[in-house]
Every structure is written in structure tokens, then in C-alpha cells.
Design a binder for this molecule. Structure first.
Ligand code: FES
Ligand SMILES: [Fe+2]
Length: 436
């Protein structure tokens, strides 16, 4: 149970809040690069700030305040120029650093005007990596964008799914240190969903957790578990898998949880798939993006069972129904929740570091350290690995259970265009395997 003050402290991310200050020390994924192929401007809201992401005609990315500083029209309607974005209303042109480059009427009436030099639009740094666009909203000097391993994998197919979940980011992250939910939500409840849908009961023989453990390590928290039938020699206990501080989970693929504001979270699923033997994946191909549906009650107030037949929908339903901001003043924590307690403590320690003027965990300034950061995880067959779900065939997998990270790729990848459309992809998820 938390005090009201602590619950506020840990969840609020707007400008000037302590958690907002901590979160502003990190690079956040805000879009898939391929989303700009459809339209070169995109509205994004991050940490309570309304912004517009754009790609100009030279291919450069920019991220500026949504409202034009002249008279507040939306830059979503901005016209990308060779350099920068031109406001649709009166043609003021801004570059990616926020400088005003042109004010057509002002310059027509007074060619010597320096008015534009005194005008700026708020602008933030953006950088593309692995098909994602990352933004940095914090103080200078900006740290380096960390290249977590899957972002730089060679010769793999990738896809990126996302949705905005109507709840605070912290309850989603707490789920990353809550192993026990897997056997219930993604086992027992999942089978119930399938029966509600009139499908044969799913072969989801989730094994019970016998022991869970958590360790703070260099990049965050390693989550370990022993399942019924296993012992501590199993990779799920020896290696576990990481919550990468502050808001990334690696299990199979990556899941980022980016606070949109206090009540909404932009969730990304980032997966890699090995091609069939001998197949070369073309480089520089756009990485497909897909929307992940958010299950909510239907118009009669009934559960959307059809959107909860995979783990992503099940998770989202639980996160969102905890409330816009879960009321932790009334929670009753048990032994299954010790990971949450550790994670909250780590968040607090790092907020304190920022308040002291220090860099928090996972802020990188040494290029060698940020270059290719290997995040080891247990894999489906019990080996330690770092290549996500790549190359794992579902029918090679053991019983789908909580320790089976290939199976846990599932969920959102149900909606993946790669798995649906691509021939020669070896890695499939258990969600794509018809129930026997
Ligand atoms: S409102 Fe943008 S140029 Fe006038
Ligand atoms: Fe889950």
C-alpha cells in the first residue's frame, strides 16, 4: 500500500513533477518511422506535451510543439519544406531546432526585419533507430540513444505494433515484475476466453509458479521464476529476463511503455523474426507498422472477448481496468508482488539521483557503452540468448508456459503483418498455431 503522496510521486509525469524529471532523462519511442510514409506529419503527445513529429523533404525528422507560436494553429497541417515545417496558416517556417526561418509577410513589408530571430517554436531532439523514432525531451546535454540489442539485429524481419492504453504507465510497468499473472491471466483466464468465443479450449497448459525472484542489475531488474516441474537449474531461474529501466520489457521482443500523460500510455511491441535458412532480408526495407486493438467493453457494457484471445488483449484489459491511475492507497500486496516493491524503490532512488543532479540508471554518455547493449534472457528451450524470438519454431517449443518466451511473443503479434504476409519466416508464435 502506498500513501496518496507516494502514488502521486510515482505516477505523475508532467513538466515539473519529480517523475516527469526522471522520465525526461530518457529517449522515448514515439512512432514507427513507416508511419510517416502515410503522412509526413503526426500528432504525438508525450509526458503531457502536445507535439508534432514530421519528416521534411530532405528526409530529416523534426519534433515541434503542436501549436504555432504565431497564433496557435496546429502544425499537424504544416507543409514539409526542403528544410523544416511551414505553418499552414500564414506560412511561418520553422526548422528542427525550433528556429523561425521565414515570416513571409513580415519580410515582404520590411526586408530588413529581424523579427524572426526573436521567435522560436519549442523543438525536441529526435533520432531514428531500428525503424522507431525516439525523442528526447530533457535537459542538455542530451545523453546517447542506447542501442538495445534487438534494435541493431542484422538479417531479421521486424515489425512494430502500438496502441494508446487508457491508463497510467506505472501499472503497465508493474505488470513486468508480476510473473504470477501469466499462469492465471494468460492461462486459466485465456482458456475461459476461448470457451466464451466457442473455440475449443486452448492448449494453454500454464504451469504454476513455485518461486519468483528479482535482482537489480546493471540495466534494471532481472525477473526470475521456477515453474512447477522445474528447479533452480532452469534458465528461467538462472537467467530470467529483464525489465530494462525505466520502461522497457524484454520478453521475446521488446515492449516499451511511454507515458502519453498521467492517464494514457503509448505501448510499443517490437519483434524480430529470423528468415528461413539461406534467405537474406533486404536492408532498408520499411518496417511494417500495425495498430493493436484495445479491448474495452462493447456498447452493451459486455467484455470484448474477441479482443482478449491473445495475451496483449488480456494484459491491456487488466491494466486499463485498474483505473486511469491505480489507487495504490487501497491495494493489498502479497508475496507475489515483491517485484513491484523493488521496482518502486528503484524508481524512487533514481528520482533522488536526478534531484541531486546525477545521471540516473541507463543514461549513456559513452558511445562504446551505448553501442550494442546485449540483454540476456532465458529462451523457450532453456538456453540463455539475446535474439528475441528469432528462429524459434512454435512446434519445436515445449509446453507453452510462462517460461516460454517464444510463446509469449504472442499477443500483439497476432496482428502482425510480418507473420500474416511474409513467406519464409520461421518464427511463428503460439498464438498463430491453431488449437489442436
Ligand atoms: S498561426 Fe502559424 S503562421 Fe500564423
Ligand atoms: Fe502479461
Amino acid at each position: 500500500m502506498l500513501s496518496k503522496a507516494d502514488n502521486e510521486l510515482l505516477t505523475r509525469v508532467g513538466p515539473g513533477t519529480q517523475m516527469g524529471d526522471l522520465m525526461r532523462r530518457y529517449w522515448h519511442p514515439i512512432a514507427a518511422l513507416s508511419q510517416l510514409d502515410e503522412n509526413p506529419t503526426k500528432k504525438v503527445r508525450v509526458l503531457g506535451e502536445d507535439l508534432v513529429l514530421y519528416r521534411d523533404r530532405s528526409g530529416n525528422l523534426g519534433l515541434v510543439a503542436e501549436r504555432c507560436p504565431h497564433r496557435q494553429a496546429s502544425m499537424l497541417y504544416g507543409v514539409p519544406e526542403a528544410e523544416g515545417l511551414r505553418c499552414a496558416y500564414h506560412g511561418w517556417l520553422f526548422d528542427a531546432q525550433g528556429r523561425c526561418l521565414q515570416q513571409p509577410y513580415e519580410e515582404a513589408e520590411d526586408p530588413d526585419t529581424t523579427f524572426r530571430d526573436r521567435v522560436r517554436i519549442k523543438a525536441y531532439r529526435v533520432e531514428a533507430c531500428g525503424g522507431l523514432v525516439f525523442a528526447y525531451l530533457g535537459p542538455e546535454p542530451a545523453p546517447l540513444l542506447p542501442k538495445w540489442d534487438l534494435l541493431g539485429l542484422k538479417n531479421v524481419y521486424r515489425d512494430i505494433g502500438a496502441c494508446v492504453i487508457p491508463c497510467n504507465w506505472l501499472q503497465i510497468m508493474e505488470n513486468s515484475v508480476d510473473p504470477v499473472h501469466a499462469e492465471w491471466l494468460h492461462g486459466y483466464f485465456s482458456n475461459y476466453v476461448w470457451s466464451r468465443l466457442g473455440k475449443p479450449e486452448r492448449i494453454r497448459a500454464s504451469r504454476a509458479h513455485r518461486k519468483i525472484g528479482f535482482d537489480v542489475y546493471e540495466y534494471g531488474i532481472i525477473k526470475r521464476r521456477v515453474l512447477e516441474g522445474d528447479d533452480e537449474s532452469h534458465a528461467a531461474w538462472k537467467h530470467g529476463h529483464p525489465l530494462v529501466f525505466p520502461h522497457l520489457l524484454k520478453v521475446g521482443g521488446f515492449q516499451w511503455r511511454v507515458p502519453v500523460d498521467d492517464h494514457n500510455t503509448l505501448h510499443f511491441w517490437y519483434y524480430t523474426y529470423a528468415p528461413a535458412a539461406g534467405v537474406q532480408v533486404p536492408e532498408n526495407e520499411p518496417i511494417p507498422y500495425y495498430d493493436v486493438p484495445v479491448p474495452g467493453p462493447d456498447e452493451k457494457g459486455l467484455p470484448r472477448w474477441d479482443l482478449m484471445d491473445a495475451s496483449s488483449g488480456q494484459d491491456i484489459a487488466m491494466w486499463a481496468t485498474q483505473g486511469a491511475i491505480a489507487d495504490r492507497t487501497t491495494e493489498i500486496l502479497g508475496r507475489s508482488d515483491k517485484g513491484l516493491v523493488l521496482y518502486r524503490r528503484l524508481l524512487k532512488e533514481n528520482m533522488e539521483k536526478v534531484a541531486r543532479g546525477e545521471d540516473p540508471m541507463n543514461v549513456f554518455r559513452d558511445p562504446a557503452k551505448a553501442a550494442n547493449i546485449v540483454l540476456h534472457t532465458e529462451d523457450a528451450s532453456g538456453r540463455s540468448r539475446f535474439a528475441g524470438a528469432s528462429g524459434k519454431k512454435a512446434d519445436d517449443s515445449p509446453i507453452p508456459g510462462a517460461a516460454n518466451s517464444a510463446g509469449r511473443v504472442g499477443g500483439a503479434s497476432k496482428y502482425s503483418p510480418v507473420l500474416k504476409n511474409r513467406e519464409g519466416v520461421e518464427a511463428v508464435t503460439l498464438e498463430t498455431v491453431p488449437a489442436k
